[in-house]
Design a protein. Structure first.
Length: 281
């Protein structure tokens, strides 16, 4: 038996007819299968190898879009950056010291009409642009004089602000205790109240408290302490705050009644009712 006959017999034995014996539909199906497999292999090769540079182009496009967005945001911030740079360039840091601070602040306090009791340097702190020197000030005066001093700081060569401020009303006016901080690297700034409402537009809160809650004798109800057994009133007088119960003498007067909202005082042949917000009458 020849070799060709043996080959045809082997293929027929395996169930595969010879190629020339295939029908047209079978040939078409095999051709389509081969084409599909070839297309799948080619697609995988294109995805992995990216011979046309599609993925690289998409990545470059995304990077360019990101840089474009960043440039637009920077362009939008440019006017504000220019203003900030102009302000920093216009302000020259002041090279001062505690002696100069005390001299300048004492002059401003005298111009405002305040009576200085103490003016001395304190501890320094901060770093770089926020470095500061402290000045402790104790003075006597009125609210208008204090405000005049604070408004005068706008003309100083460096930013001068009160870090701590304590005000106590006394018979002689206001007792003022404050710790001022001087920032050489920062420019002076006006008071927010002065720029918003104008000079003289802010009323004296201590004058309102005096008119609303004190009698002609200078007394004012400062507080009420009450428990199950007794009730005690805190009455502010020109000499200071005193505690009073019903029947107790205060100055040239006597406490007639102490209630949760008022204190009745008999003084000078007249009865005075000290309340929280209304004037004594």
């Amino acid at each position: 038996m020849s070799a060709a006959v043996q080959a045809r017999a082997s293929v027929a034995w395996r169930g595969w007819p010879p190629l020339h014996a295939w029908s047209a539909p079978r040939r078409l199906a095999v051709a389509l299968a081969i084409a599909f497999l070839s297309g799948a292999v080619a697609s995988c090769a294109c995805i992995v190898g990216d011979p046309l540079g599609v993925h690289a182009g998409r990545t470059a496009l995304a990077d360019a879009q990101m840089r474009y967005d960043d440039a637009r945001r920077a362009l939008a911030r440019l006017p504000a950056l220019r203003e900030a740079a102009a302000g920093e360039a216009a302000h020259v840091p002041h090279a001062g010291n505690s002696a100069d601070d005390i001299r300048r602040i004492s002059q401003l306090a005298a111009q405002a009409g305040l009576v200085l009791h103490a003016l001395e340097p304190g501890a320094a702190g901060g770093a770089h642009a926020e470095a500061f020197r402290s000045i402790k000030l104790v003075a006597q005066g009125s609210f208008a004089q204090l405000r005049s001093l604070l408004e005068a700081f706008v003309s100083e060569p460096a930013l001068t602000v009160p870090a701590e401020l304590a005000i106590r009303r006394t018979s002689a006016g206001l007792s003022i205790s404050t710790t001022l901080r001087v920032y050489d690297a920062l420019p002076a700034a006006p008071l927010a109240l002065a720029s918003a409402e104008g000079a003289g537009a802010v009323a004296d809160p201590f004058a309102r408290a005096t008119a609303a809650g004190s009698a002609q004798s200078g007394w004012r109800l400062a507080g009420i302490l009450q428990d199950r057994q007794r009730i005690v009133a805190l009455v502010e007088t020109p000499e200071g705050v005193v505690t009073a119960q019903a029947g107790q003498a205060i100055g040239d007067g006597r406490v007639v009644q102490v209630g949760p909202a008022r204190v009745v005082v008999l003084a000078g042949g007249a009865t005075h009712a000290l309340g929280w917000t209304e004037a004594a009458k």
